[in-house]
Design a protein around this ligand. Structure first.
Ligand SMILES: [Zn+2]
Length: 171
């Protein structure tokens, strides 16, 4: 598999494939240091950008440190993430042509209320946010009175780049 990083219309830099990828293939592993979720929160408390990927156990995060951390979110992605024995893989959910940008649905959760995680993926059915649907619901339910929009630069990857809790339980 030949992946390259270059600028992306979705956000900043993205990860592209220079060769065709077959549906079902593992594209790349999401590697990096492993931290406890609490450590991750402490270390990145003030950070505008994080590349943390939460594992299904709910207590471990991977602090992204490979090409996989450049993969952008899309509401209509060509890949999904898959956790096998504590390792996270980006897997193709359709055939991907050479030259395409690799994307998966971030399904963010655990963001603070004043962070919006606006999505610019450009998909026809873009849901407008990188939060998971479950997270959108719970955020709507606990909506606080409009917080002042500060200088905090909202947008991509301000949040925990993690798997949605609802994916943990087999359907
Ligand atoms: Zn979108």
């Amino acid at each position: 598999m030949a992946l390259i990083i270059r600028s992306s219309p979705i956000h900043a830099a993205g990860c592209y494939t220079t060769t065709r990828i077959r549906k079902g293939a593992r594209v790349i592993e999401y590697t990096g240091h492993r931290l406890s979720k609490a450590e991750g929160n402490r270390v990145y408390d003030k950070a505008a950008v994080t590349y943390l990927f939460g594992l299904g156990d709910g207590s471990t995060v991977i602090d992204g440190h490979s090409m996989a951390m450049f993969i952008n979110h899309s509401c209509r992605p060509n890949c999904e993430t898959e956790e096998i024995d504590g390792r996270v893989w980006i897997r193709a959910i359709r055939n991907i042509a050479a030259g395409e940008e690799i994307t998966y649905d971030y399904c963010l959760y655990d963001g603070s209320q004043d962070e919006e995680a606006v999505c610019n993926c450009g998909a026809e059915k873009c849901r407008g946010t990188m939060y998971s649907r479950a997270e959108m619901k719970s955020r709507a339910a606990q909506k606080k009175p409009a917080a002042p929009r500060g200088s905090r630069n909202g947008g991509h990857r301000n949040l925990r780049n993690t798997k949605p809790p609802e994916m943990k339980s087999p359907k």
